[in-house]
Design a protein around this ligand. Structure first.
Ligand SMILES: Nc1nc2c(c(=O)[nH]1)N[C@H]1C(S)=C(S)[C@@H](COP(=O)(O)OP(=O)(O)OC[C@H]3O[C@@H](n4cnc5c(=O)[nH]c(N)nc54)[C@H](O)[C@@H]3O)O[C@H]1N2
Ligand SMILES: Nc1nc2c(c(=O)[nH]1)N[C@H]1C(S)=C(S)[C@@H](COP(=O)(O)OP(=O)(O)OC[C@H]3O[C@@H](n4cnc5c(=O)[nH]c(N)nc54)[C@H](O)[C@@H]3O)O[C@H]1N2
Ligand SMILES: [Mo]
Length: 702
């Protein structure tokens, strides 16, 4: 390999071969740097960028096979229109002109009546700024369409952290290798955060103790020193009792507390009631486990907490994350680079989102906001009705909760539906118009990460496959057809990348597109041994860690930590619990990325088939044996899968690794047939894991 040339390409001695610097686009904290080898215009190899410090040259098994995704025979190659009933997946080829003319005419007619009848439906199929949130947002802002509140994943935790720490900030994940105590709190990094896991393993080799707090013996939990298998949705109670012990036994860092926190006296008073005995009952664990954990957390340094989104997908998930985020300030764990807590690092980047998304194009209009966690209700019951949806970067029919409602919406004959994707997903089957989308190898983009501190560039490695186009280009062409003449609608993808990085923040100093695209990645302008809050400086209103939260007080929420129970648990809702006594979790399957990759045979073969993992006590009580086919059900719906009696979930909990495509399941269902649209306590976030079910055998193994 020779020196990089323009465009982040490395020319090989064989000039027909080039190595292109790219970035993994997926919704995963690792946001890897990748090198794609291209020969005669065809991508022939993909590998982790060995120079990128967080990626360290390795990719997960999914993205290591990304070329199979890009060159899959199942790619959508050209625009299509529906020729059968909605949901049948019957389409016929049309030209781009016909597709875009049809869409523009329909949107124009609807907008003339009421632009709020139009709704963008997108999530994080790709996380680059050009294809995720720029030209699309400009287009819908100019149109005055309804706004989508994208709450499917991280909202509760994000708002919980904001209350305590002031934003989506935390310790540098790269430093986990130096920690002596690591708590994986509702986190399964072997599956969902592989490059953090390699650092956890390194810490373990150096003698660190690693504790998983998880109701399920996940692939990560089974490799930990210890697992604390609490009941789902009770983490907030555990954190309160830990604070009770830390303060009660005077295991706290008084100097750190005095200088860099607010509300300690009130917190001390508040947590007196939350004894380990109380929490033991709520969490279904022992008081001794709680007291021991508190003492270890206070005495072993550096102590790092990897909080992840699994624990916050519950009705009380926001306050739970807030409670947990109080811990490192109590013990002064923030003083060290390998101490503290991290859920997300997203707010360390100061990309210019206003310039990317141009909310000013709303020109004073204040369209209604639709919560994505309740998309089913929005499509079936919103008033005024949603009459057109443009779906991109998401597979709503598979991933949104309460599928029956979601599908009832998508099935509406009077709902004009456009789906942009690379594959005919469960959602695309309901489209009136399907548009072929490029994959990451076929477009430009710029990326931040929520799990490290680097900016990454994505250079196109190959020409678009078939007639596919980047999302940005589709919105550019639609804008031109609709007469949107602001210059921002003519920005190229590289203009967008440049705009993203334009920032006056000191952390973005020296980070420029031309340089990043050539190098592939650049670290934010923070020290190598970054201890962000060693001397306070939290982005809260007070500049301190807020045990007493001014923000929550303003919102009329209890400003001190408290316990917010799950909406659906045997304890919190005994009536429902009598009918549906099992807590249902549907966390990420190792070989899928949400529902991405679940259409490719390689990954389905690795996962086997949709399975429900049970504890033997719960299985025996229902006459279920390993390998039986079972039905999971509640008042919202049901779906069928194979029982795996393996004692990995704690008793009372069942686990269905997800997200399978419905059309690949024996009965056309998946986990979201039973999950609820109920939103949690902060910011309206989704509560996928706050879900009671019953399970019955439908067919014996054999
Ligand atoms: N391979 C793979 N990687 C992924 C993804 C994927 O689908 N596949 N998805 C990506 C995305 S979008 C995200 S958001 C992240 C998610 O990353 P994680 O947050 O790590 O993923 P989850 O599996 O949702 O949650 C982790 C663990 O939380 C546990 N859990 C569930 N409820 C509770 C609870 O109430 N308390 C506690 N303490 N634990 C609980 C689950 O049993 C699970 O083992 O992963 C990303 N990475
Ligand atoms: N039961 C259950 N449901 C869940 C979860 C769970 O744990 N359990 N997890 C939730 C979480 S954490 C999340 S983040 C959401 C994820 O939900 P989604 O964001 O919908 O993620 P995916 O299912 O991966 O679907 C992304 C789609 O975008 C497409 N795509 C990728 N890149 C592009 C592009 O450049 N252009 C276009 N047009 N399309 C593109 C992909 O092909 C894919 O079909 O699901 C949520 N749903
Ligand atoms: Mo997510």
């Amino acid at each position: 390999m020779n020196a990089p040339t323009k465009e982040g390409r490395l020319a090989d001695a064989d000039s027909r071969v080039q190595v292109v610097r790219t970035a993994c686009p997926h919704d995963c904290p690792d946001t890897c740097g990748m090198l794609v080898t291209v020969k005669d215009g065809v991508a022939v190899k993909i590998q982790g960028d060995p120079s990128m410090p967080f990626t360290e040259g390795t990719l997960c098994t999914k993205v290591a096979h990304y070329l199979e995704r890009t060159y899959s025979p199942d790619r959508i190659l050209h625009p299509m229109k529906r020729v059968g009933p909605k949901g049948s997946g019957a389409f016929e080829r049309i030209t781009w002109d016909e597709a875009l003319d049809t869409i523009a005419a329909r949107l124009q007619a609807l907008a003339a009546e009421n632009p709020e009848s139009i709704l963008p439906v997108s999530y994080a199929g790709t996380m680059g700024m050009a294809q995720y949130s720029s030209m699309d947002r400009r287009f819908f802002h100019k149109l005055g369409a309804s706004l989508l509140d994208r709450t499917l994943c991280s909202t509760l935790g994000k708002f919980g952290l904001k209350a305590t720490l002031g934003g989506s900030v935390g310790m540098d994940p790269e430093r986990f290798d130096e920690a002596k105590l690591i708590i994986l709190w509702g986190a399964n990094p072997v599956v969902s955060n592989l490059h953090l896991w390699s650092r956890v393993q390194e810490a373990k080799r150096r003698g660190a103790k690693v504790i998983a707090i998880d109701p399920y013996r996940s692939l990560s939990a089974e490799r930990c020193t210890q697992q604390i298998a609490l009941l789902p949705g009770t983490d907030g109670a555990l954190a309160l009792a830990l604070m009770h012990v830390l303060i009660g036994e005077d295991l706290v860092d008084h100097d750190y507390i005095a200088k860099y926190t607010v509300g300690f006296e009130q917190l001390a008073e508040r947590v007196k009631q939350y004894t380990p005995q109380w929490a033991a009952k709520v969490c279904g664990i022992t008081a001794a486990e709680i007291a021991t954990l508190a003492r270890e957390y206070a005495s072993v340094k550096p102590a790092a907490i990897r909080l992840n989104y699994g624990m916050q997908r519950h009705a009380g998930g926001g306050i739970a994350a807030r409670n947990i985020a109080c811990l490192p300030a109590l013990t002064g764990a923030w003083r060290e680079a390998a101490g503290g807590i991290v859920l997300t690092t997203a707010d360390f980047y100061n990309f210019d989102h206003a310039a990317l998304e141009r909310p000013d194009l709303l020109a004073g209009r204040r369209p209604r906001v639709i919560n994505q966690a309740a998309l089913g209700d929005a499509l079936t019951a919103a008033d005024p009705a949603v009459r057109a949806i443009i779906v991109y970067n998401t597979n709503s029919v598979a991933v949104c909760p309460d599928s029956e409602k979601v599908i009832a919406g998508f099935r509406r004959e009077d709902l004009f539906t456009v789906v942009m994707d690379s594959f005919l997903t469960d959602t695309a089957d309901y489209a009136d118009i399907v548009l072929p989308a490029t994959t990451q190898l076929e477009h430009h983009d710029v990326h931040k990460s929520y799990g490290h501190l680097y900016v990454l560039a994505n250079n196109p490695a190959i020409a678009p496959v078939g007639e596919s186009l980047p999302n940005s280009e589709v919105f550019r062409r639609l804008a031109a057809r609709m007469g949107f003449d602001e210059p921002c609608f003519r920005d190229s993808d590289e203009d967008i990348c440049r705009t993203a990085l334009r920032s006056s923040s000191p952390r973005m100093k020296g980070i420029e597109w031309e340089d990043v695209k050539q190098a592939g990645w650049r670290r934010l302008a923070v020290p190598e041994r970054f201890a962000p809050f060693a001397e306070g400086g939290f982005p809260t209103p007070s500049g301190k860690c807020e045990f007493h939260s001014a923000l929550l007080e303003q919102q009329g929420v209890d400003p001190l930590p408290f316990f917010n129970p799950p909406a659906e648990s045997v304890q919190s809702n005994p009536d429902l619990g009598r009918r549906y006594p099992l807590a249902f979790l549907s966390p990420p399957a190792r070989n899928f990325l949400n529902s991405s990759f679940a259409n490719l045979k390689r990954f389905r073969d690795l996962e086997g088939e949709p399975r429900l993992e049970l504890h033997s006590a719960d299985a025996a009580a229902r006459g279920i044996a390993d390998g039986d086919r079972v039905r999971v059900f509640n008042d919202r719906g049901s779906f069928a899968l194979r029982a795996r009696v393996n004692d990995k979930p704690r008793p009372g909990v069942v686990v269905a690794p997800s997200v399978w495509w419905k059309k690949h399941s024996s009965d056309g269902g998946n986990a979201n047939n039973v999950t609820s649209q109920r939103t949690g306590d902060l910011g309206g976030g989704a509560t996928f894991y706050d879900c009671l079910v019953e399970v019955e055998r439908i067919e014996q193994a054999g």
